[in-house]
Unconditional design. Structure first.
Length: 458
């Protein structure tokens, strides 16, 4: 079983939370900043336009006068050349008393049209700003003031200057476009920085995950490496738990061994004493002592394996153990002259468990196959999805389907005439299950029994 590796945007992960929060903050901040800067620039351009119109209005007030026959006249042209270009977008107009939109005087830029000004007239000296229609359907920003010439205070003049609104909207649109492009580039840069920062910030957690996988697979006995101060306490606590578990397991093994030794010694004394007597009672003692020994061996192996499973970082290469067991099988069954054909496992075939437990399982299975085989035993090893598969085939009589489950029970023997305790397959089955594996029996292609032992790989 591998440690989970969440996707880049797996919901609930730290990466997702950090990225989502940062990206949302970047989006909100840049959007608000863009709107604020656009409004600020729009107000700035509008203020510049009004300042320009006020300047032209002041120039117009300084240049207009009442001449002979009480007619308005312009003493000098205004300085902006746009006022002399037809429909340039900048205009001025002078209306007399009681006149609206007639234009006693007009700039050349108005050509043959006059500005249709609102009927409301400002008070003397006050400046009013309006939006009105202009030539070619344009929208104009108009500024007006009512003045009274010193020589003819009874003849007020309505001074009007206007400019096309596009003179402000155009620059604003251009600015917004440039601003949007700049903010997009800034957002892309910030997003890249956020991704890099999240990747770099979570790197210690990736190293921690790899370290845990290394401990689980048996490549190391503790978490190693340099970690930042925020993660280091977690690493230290985890290593302390590993050390404490190892000590507990070691004490349990020692106590189990002491208990087995304490029980086996009296049993050996009883067996030796009973062997010197030919009475029925002595025979019963010898039989019960042998049964007690088998039970002690079985429970001792099971307790040792249960403790070993709790220790991380334990690993055993399969090839050396298998080679040693095959040599033992040759010595145990020399009279049968078996041909044992085996496929040498590669260096990747490593059992995630203790060597003694591996030898216990393989030894029982090989011994069982050699007892029943007629002339041949085949052994093969394969690795599939982090699982070791050891298959053993013999050319013996095989096993009936209804008897395959029964042989896993303690004390059940397939044939009473073949030597054995009836605990071999039971021990193998229990040890395999303790490590998360299993043992299965089937019909061998050679006619005998096909045994498959699956164990966790390191």
């Amino acid at each position: 079983m591998k440690l989970a590796r969440p996707g880049l945007l797996a919901a609930g992960s730290l990466r997702f939370r950090l990225l989502a929060g940062s990206l949302l903050w970047i989006f909100v901040t840049l959007t608000v900043s863009g709107v604020f800067l656009a409004d600020l620039f729009r107000e700035h351009v509008s203020a510049r336009l009004e300042a320009e119109l006020r300047m032209h209005l002041d120039q117009l007030a300084a240049s207009v006068d009442i001449g002979e026959a009480h007619r308005a006249r312009l003493l000098s042209e205004l300085s902006d050349p746009r006022l002399r270009k037809p429909y340039s977008g900048l205009y001025w107009q002078v209306d007399g008393p009681g006149e609206q939109g007639v234009g006693l005087l007009r700039s050349r830029s108005l050509w043959d049209t006059a500005l249709a000004v609102p009927p409301d007239r400002p008070d003397d000296g006050q400046v009013h700003v309006h939006r009105i229609g202009g030539p070619d359907g344009a929208v104009l920003v108009m500024m007006e003031r009512l003045v009274r010439p010193v020589d003819h205070p009874d003849l007020p003049l309505r001074l009007i200057v206007a400019a096309d609104q596009q003179t402000t909207l155009g620059p604003v649109r251009e600015f917004i476009g440039i601003l949007a492009l700049a903010l997009c580039i800034l957002a892309a840069g910030l997003v890249a920085v956020v991704f890099i920062q999240v990747w770099a910030g979570l790197a210690p957690l990736r190293r921690l995950r790899d370290g845990l996988a290394s401990v689980r697979d048996g490549r190391s006995a503790a978490l190693e490496g340099r970690f930042p101060s925020e993660v280091r306490p977690l690493v230290d606590e985890f290593n302390a738990v590993l050390r404490r578990d190892a000590e507990v397991v070691m004490r349990a093994r020692t106590q189990a061994g002491n208990l087995a030794h304490a029980v086996k010694t009296p049993l050996a004394i009883l067996a030796n004493a009973a062997a010197q007597d030919d009475s029925p009672l002595a025979g019963l003692v010898v039989e019960q002592v042998a049964t007690a020994r088998r039970q002690v061996d079985y429970h001792l192996a099971r307790a040792r394996a249960a403790a070993a499973v709790q220790v991380p970082g334990v690993r055993t290469p399969l090839r050396p153990a298998l080679e040693a067991l095959l040599r033992v099988m040759d010595r145990l069954h020399p009279e049968k002259r078996l041909a044992i054909d085996w496929q040498e496992p590669g260096s990747q075939a490593v059992f995630r468990g203790e060597e003694q437990d591996l030898q216990e399982m393989l030894g029982n299975l090989l011994d069982n196959a050699c007892k029943w085989a007629k002339s041949r035993v085949d052994v093969s090893v394969s690795l599939r999805d982090q699982t070791l598969l050891v298959t053993i085939d013999d050319d013996g009589p095989g096993l009936a389907p209804e008897a395959r489950e029964a042989v896993f029970a303690r004390g059940i023997r397939a044939d009473e005439e073949v030597p054995g305790s009836g605990l071999g397959l039971a021990i193998v089955n229990d040890l395999a299950r303790l490590y998360g594996g299993e043992v299965s029996l089937d019909v061998s292609p050679r006619g005998g029994l096909h045994v498959t032992l699956s164990l966790p790989a390191a």
